[in-house]
Design a protein. Structure first.
Length: 70
């Protein structure tokens, strides 16, 4: 059973919104006191922040693909 194009567009838009939300949340987490302390001591962001950025990028790419693909 094939998924209709309108459903793909809707799912793509939802993925875009979720991806932007996760990226914003990761940014807020990186700017928190514990995130700044970890970055100061280790020189890199925490694993949780990195996983949020990677997940956000995956959602945004998938959302763009599903929105643009016909």
């Amino acid at each position: 059973m094939a998924v209709k194009s309108g459903n793909n567009t809707l799912i793509g838009i939802v993925l875009l919104v979720i991806g932007v939300g996760i990226a914003f949340w990761g940014s807020q987490l990186a700017d928190s006191l514990s995130g700044q302390l970890s970055k100061t001591l280790t020189g890199s962001p925490t694993d949780k922040v990195m996983m949020m950025y990677i997940g956000a990028a995956a959602c945004i790419v998938a959302g763009l693909f599903m929105t643009i693909k016909r």
